[in-house]
Design a protein around this ligand. Structure first.
Ligand code: 4NP
Length: 148
């Protein structure tokens, strides 16, 4: 799960997906395309919104996406088109590039929709991001469970 700062959207995506895949052999992690917040906890507004649904993301720490993530993971889900561009720029070959997709493609295929950056907005934005990611992760888990 990749966003810009790895403190708002992708920590939520990591926490939400992790909560839905208990019992499945899947590793979930998150990272940012920028290093501004490396080592920091998730934004308090992300911690608060997930807490309301019984998900604790407070132990996560921000890190920057690196090229080795292409070797560690089968899928790289990005939140917006800027993330897509940044991550694609690090791809070494066709296999790396084939792993990258906008996470909302799981929910609205072919629409190129973005999870909006909530950092400079109010708490409503974090609820909206939570709802979008919750639905996208449901769609993703359903796909994994039905197709293996
Ligand atoms: P995120 O949100 O990419 O969802 O973690 C942001 C966090 C920090 C900044 C921008 C977006 N920032 O500019 O510091």
């Amino acid at each position: 799960m990749v966003c810009l700062g790895n403190i708002c959207r992708s920590p939520l995506a990591e926490g939400i997906l992790s909560s839905k895949i208990t019992g499945l052999d899947i590793q979930v992690d998150s990272a940012g395309t920028a290093a501004y917040h490396t080592g920091e906890k998730p934004d308090a507004r992300s911690v608060a919104v997930s807490q309301r649904y019984g998900i604790d993301i407070s132990a996560q720490r921000a890190r920057k996406f690196t090229v080795t993530d292409f070797d560690q993971f089968d899928h790289i889900y990005v939140m917006d088109l800027s993330n897509y561009q940044q991550v694609s720029g690090l791809a070494r070959n066709k296999i790396d590039r084939s792993k990258i997709s906008l996470i909302l493609e799981e929910l609205y295929p072919g629409k190129n929709l973005e999870v909006p950056d909530p950092y400079y907005g109010g708490v409503d934005g974090f609820q909206q991001v939570y709802d979008l990611l919750d639905q996208a992760c449901d769609a993703l888990v359903n796909k994994i469970v039905s197709h293996g």
